[in-house]
Each structure stands twice: as structure tokens, then as C-alpha cells.
Design a protein around this ligand. Sequence first.
Ligand SMILES: [Zn+2]
Length: 412
Amino acid sequence: MYKRILPVLVAAILIGLTANASQTRKVLFIGIDGTRSDALQQANTPNLDAMFAAQGLSYDAWCAGITISGPTWSSMLTGVWFDKHGITNNSYGGSNFNQYPYFTTLAKQVKPDLYCAEVCEWPPLIDDVYNDNFNLRLHTPDGQGATTCSVASTVLANDSIDFMFVYFDQVDLAGHSSGFSPTNPAYMTAIENVDSSVGVVMNALHNRTNYANEDWLVIVMTDHGGTGNGHGGNSDAERHIWWIANGNDLQHVTPSGADPGSYNSLIVGIFTPASVDTVKLRQTPVHTDVAVTALHHLLFDTGNNPTDNPLWSLDGKSWLATAAGIQSVEDKIQLKVFPNPASDYVAIYFTNNEKQNVTATLFDMQGRQVQSSNQIITTSKMNMSLKGLPAGQYQLSLKVGSDVVSKSLIIQ
Ligand SMILES: [Zn+2]
């Protein structure tokens, strides 16, 4: 069965490389307010788990801004920190959305016909934002995830949707009423309820009539955690968050998870860049990365890299595998084969700093597996016997952990 499926897989990969270019690039951003990383990891969340297993990225992300909803959602949707977008609390006073708008406005400077929609439970996030260029803004009742996912599913059935933001507030409300803690059953139940709502939204996404011809990037993130019955401070419980992303061209590099520190130091509202380690900030998913990654995905086929645009002056970074300055899988693995052309054997060289499981597989040009070696390896070289194989061109595929790279190999 393996050998029958494999040529289809190889063909699918080859077709995929060309078909991707013609697929319409779209983004779904799901926001879950007030969800601690430790609580999310312990809750029973099959829908988020499935997304996490499929792609990643990290249960170790950090709120590097103010641990309050207004400033954090603004950073996620504008791609800049609060010194630029101006929002330091939930009144949305001092906002600077004309100079630093939602990324949807920036996207439409390049692709004016993009259709952008939001379904949101928390009124300030709709009512107090301007210059976001959403085509459709729908309020749903606060904390009513079942209604929100149902409305969002209806909107997602619309073929013309290019960006969709869906926001759930139930977890934060549970935290405020009875405690932000993995030991609070009401808080954990709220997380599990929202996970079910996420499942409904994802079903609606997969059921889109044109889904096969679309290239969706899905990002799920929270704004902050909490401690006791609130948040707004700099404790780990408030700052330790997570991010989940799912898409065809996200980088597979595991983020370091190192805490970069917080801009929200000493006095809330005073911007103190010195308190943040900018190297760690680049290695960890943070709020401003949401807008930049989403924008990069939407505009990728136009050649626009959002971080290169001086007029936009964005603070976040892109987590697409193709983003400048981010290591590709090829760069990470550094696969080399020697000799090539080969005859009796080939030596395979690679980088395996994390000492992961390594599998080398050789395919012929019909996509049939003709040879395979599999080992847990602590070195950076393995040999493969080629004895008895006919002369010709082959494809050597190397899997290191979850990363896969390949190279063509000639046998003489
Ligand atoms: Zn809150």
C-alpha cells in the first residue's frame, strides 16, 4: 500500500509547488481573550491540539506589551507596539490608527479588492477602532461563543472573504469572575467551550466550496493571561501566552520560547525599549508578528515584504518560511550527498543540532521508494547502500525530526 500511495504523494508535492502560486492566499485570525498558556496545555482542546500538531508553533510565547486587551489586540492587528498605535488601556484614548492602521488597511493599499470581515464579541474592539477598512463588522453578544462561531461560519461560507477575524471573550470573562487559573474548573471549561467553537469555525473553513483552490493561513492567539481575577501587570502568569499557526508556507523552525522581556515596565504607558531583549524578541512569536505574518501571506504574490516598507514602519516579523532573515529548512539541514554521481554507496551529510530521528529515503523518477535508512543519530552523516540499483536519476529525501529536504542523485 505504501508503494501505491507514494507516487501519488510525490506527484501531489510536485503539483503543489506549482499550484500554490495560483491558489488564492487568505487569512483567518482567531482571537481567544485572556488564555494562559499553562491552562491551554492542560485543558481538553482537541480542535486546537489538531491545529497545533499539524503545524505549531509555540506554547511559549510572551506578551511583550501591556497585558490589557486594548493595547494587545491593537498590536496584533496593526503590527506595531503601543508607542506607535497609541493605545495603553481599554478606553482606546490616544489611538493613532490613521498613522498606524490595522494591517487590513495596509493590505488594501496593495490589493484594493480584498474583502475583510470581523465577527467580534467585545464592543471596544469594533466600536473604538477606525481606519481598519473592514468590509463587514458583526457584533455578537459578549461571551456567547456558540453564537459567534455560528455567525462566523455563515460569513466564512462567502467565497469572496480574504481576511476574517473571529474573536471569543468567554475565557477572559471566566477568569475575571472566578480566577485565571488552570485549577479553576470554570476557567478550564470556558477554554474547552471556546475550543469547540474553534472546531465549528474550522469546519466552516474546510467546507468552503472553493477551499481546494485557496491557500489559507490560520493564526490563533491570545492577548494575555491573568492572575487572581485580573491582569495588567508583568507576572509570568499574565505574560506567558502561546500562538498557533497553520498554513502551507510557515517556517518549521521551532521558536526558542525565550522570554524577551516587556515594554510594559515600571510605569504602564511609558515606552521603555531598553527593557526588551531584541534578539529574543526575534526568536519568539509576539503580538506584532500576527499582522506582519498575515500581511506577508496576503501580499506574497505581489512581491511585497511588509517589513521592507519604510512608510509602514512595522515592528513585527513574518513567520512565513520565505521571510527574509528567517532560516529556511534547506539552510537549517544543509543536506549534501557525496559522491554524486555515485555507484555502490552514497554518504549523506546534514546538520542535526537537536539530535532528532533521521530517515533517508531514495525514490526513483516514478516516485517509487527504492531504498531507505532510518536511525536515531547523534552524528551528522549516514551512508546508504546503492548496490543493485539501476543507473539513472533518483531523488534522495532526508527527514530530520519534522523537517524534510531533498536532493537529486545520479547513480552510474
Ligand atoms: Zn480581561
